[in-house]
Design a protein around this ligand. Structure first.
Ligand SMILES: [Zn+2]
Ligand SMILES: [Zn+2]
Length: 317
């Protein structure tokens, strides 16, 4: 008797499932703004989500205004052959990301939210070197300068511009340029941590779990019931606002859960798109902050950032 177990994608001779999905949707940020607005209605954090919708609008404008810079053949070759992320966030940044920051600033100065207008004007007065220092802190998860409150106000705008630049660059690559790297806990394109994972729907991704890059929006496959920070497959617990949900797969699972790991005491959210087909990983992550609080209280530390949200952002009125 055959003991061969069918892998996803083998069933019914469909296309093999993609291990990497590059961000080719040019309406990504526009869709994100729409989702923020949809979530804001009647939500306890409605005001925050509305403010975020304006940031996503600004990202869409910046994204459409620019075009991708060429990626060197050498970097693409190293990526293909050695799995070295071609757009590593740890390498020297191409200064052209600052054009996207200028576009984000211009859009936000014209938006109706005074809190964003003020932050944009403040950034406008900071020189290129100062902006690079904020970007370094955003990517490293730290604070630029000695004033955490100012950093908390400026960081989401800088994070937004970095996302625009990296998403456009990643979208200009070919999947065949992305080599397999040893670890799947960081993005194969830019080496950033994922914001969350999504159990997908659709012809060739159906029911498969993909990590979503917090910086360049690339998706990469990771088997389920595996810690996305340390790859442990033991001691994984799922929390939702309904309590602990360990049965998987189950039709009754909540849309948003936190996958928590006993080995490294970290967690990351996992969304089930089937339950919210219009979901957007960044918007839905912020709309489920209460789940973060619950899992924080249970003693787990979140393992990947949301670059639009710096904890400690002052309340908007
Ligand atoms: Zn990435
Ligand atoms: Zn772990």
């Amino acid at each position: 008797m055959s003991t061969h177990i069918l892998e996803p994608g083998e069933i019914g001779n469909v296309e093999p499932f993609p291990t990497v999905v590059l961000p080719t949707d040019v309406t990504l940020f526009e869709g994100r703004a729409r989702r923020f607005r949809q979530l804001a209605s009647g939500h306890a954090l409605g005001k925050l989500l509305e403010v975020m919708a304006h940031i996503a609008d600004a990202q869409h404008k910046a994204f459409r205004a620019g075009s991708a810079s060429p990626i060197s053949d050498e970097l693409l070759k190293q990526s293909r052959e050695h799995g070295m992320p071609a757009l590593s966030c740890q390498a020297d940044r191409d200064a052209s990301w600052q054009h996207d920051l200028d576009a984000v600033i211009t859009a936000l100065i014209a938006c109706p939210e005074t809190v964003l207008q003020d932050a944009a004007r403040k950034l406008q007065g900071i020189d290129a070197e100062g902006r690079e220092a904020i970007a370094d802190a955003v990517l490293a998860g730290g604070i630029a300068g000695d004033d955490p409150d100012t950093h908390a106000v400026l960081a989401p705008l800088v994070g937004a511009a970095l996302q625009v630049w990296w998403t456009r660059q990643a979208g200009s690559m070919n999947t065949t340029d992305v080599g397999l790297i040893g670890s799947s806990t960081v993005c194969p394109v830019c080496a950033s941590r994922p914001i969350a994972s999504v159990v997908e729907i659709g012809a060739n991704q159906s029911n498969l779990r993909y990590l979503n890059c917090s910086l360049c929006s690339t998706q990469w496959h990771m088997v389920r019931v595996t810690c996305s920070a340390c790859e442990s497959t033991k001691g994984i617990t799922y929390f939702s606002l309904n309590g602990v949900e360990n049965e998987e797969p189950s039709r009754k699972l909540a849309f948003a859960r936190a996958e928590a790991c006993d080995a490294c005491h970290s967690y990351l959210k996992i969304f089930t798109r089937e339950k919210e087909p219009m979901m957007d990983v960044t918007a839905d992550d912020l709309a489920t902050l209460t789940l973060d609080m619950l899992v924080d209280e249970a003693g787990f530390l979140r393992s990947g950032p949301n670059l639009l949200f710096s904890p400690g952002v002052p309340e908007t009125e």
